[in-house]
Design a protein around this ligand. Structure first.
Ligand SMILES: [Zn+2]
Length: 257
């Protein structure tokens, strides 16, 4: 009996540790969501609409790695999606502009990335979102409409995410979670090989993958492995695309419209 109680306590502690981490970074594919089938015939051929699709996404930038990421994408002629936060420096402004000018999708990930503030109320959430949208429009002349909730829609910091989702839906915005991840923000020391292995393990299971990576000062191993990741994906016949209005959405949590 005692042993059973100890086992239960261990499981509880593990679960608490697990959920408490989700608030700081997007680390998990919490529902184990696999790629949703796109309703096509199941035929797979390179360079056709039937190809398996991979959407590379970078959260939390711009950072001191953004230009290097952009260089690697350019060299490989690949477009990606940047879920950015608000940064006022001249360097950051140039990076937002470069993302747009080089054909990537500039998407939003909150201005402050401060969970307590953003999820304190729908009003605070809306104010933060609008501040980022207006700022990016001012800097790039592009009004972004694609959003990723800090922590994903499945984050446990917002006690009830649904009103926030309703806000996004009612303002004509689209939100995207992910169904493949490297774990680069889970442990900054994970090697680039292991990060890529984690991504490929998810991607190979599904036809449509939205890959979560981070553009943080600390996630240098993501940058170190990016060129190789793209080369492997191309070799294996994946189409690498930026998220657009027409991209099949991956939602961890959704509400009826
Ligand atoms: Zn984030």
């Amino acid at each position: 009996m005692k042993r059973r109680t100890a086992g239960f306590v261990m499981i509880l502690l593990f679960a608490l540790g697990f959920f408490s981490q989700i608030c700081s970074y997007e680390k998990v594919n919490p529902l184990g969501i696999a790629g949703q089938e796109d309703g096509e015939s199941g035929m797979l051929a390179n360079n056709s609409i039937y190809s398996k699709k991979v959407y590379l996404t970078f959260d939390d930038g711009p950072s001191d790695h953004t230009d290097e990421i952009l260089d690697i994408l350019k060299k490989n002629q690949v477009k990606a999606t940047f879920f950015v936060v608000g940064k006022k420096t001249k360097k950051a402004q140039k990076q937002y502009q470069r993302i747009v000018l080089e054909g990537h999708t500039l998407a939003m990930h909150s201005y402050s990335h401060n969970y307590d503030q953003i999820y304190s109320s729908v009003e605070a959430f809306g104010k933060d979102l609008k501040m980022l949208q207006d700022y990016l429009y001012h800097v790039t002349e592009i009004k972004p409409f694609i959003y990723r909730f800090p922590g994903g829609s499945s984050n446990t910091c917002a006690k009830n995410i649904k009103p926030f989702i309703q806000y996004v839906n009612s303002h004509g915005l689209l939100y995207f979670d992910w169904n493949a991840l490297s774990g680069d923000a889970l442990d900054f020391s994970i090697s680039s090989e292991k990060l890529n292995e984690n991504i490929l393990k998810d991607v190979r299971k599904q036809k449509n993958s939205i890959v979560l990576m981070h553009d943080l000062h600390e996630t240098k191993n993501t940058v170190a492995g990016l060129d190789n990741l793209i080369k492997i994906l191309k070799k294996e016949g994946y189409q690498i695309l930026p998220i657009t209005r027409n991209t099949k959405q991956i939602h961890h949590v959704s509400v009826d419209k």
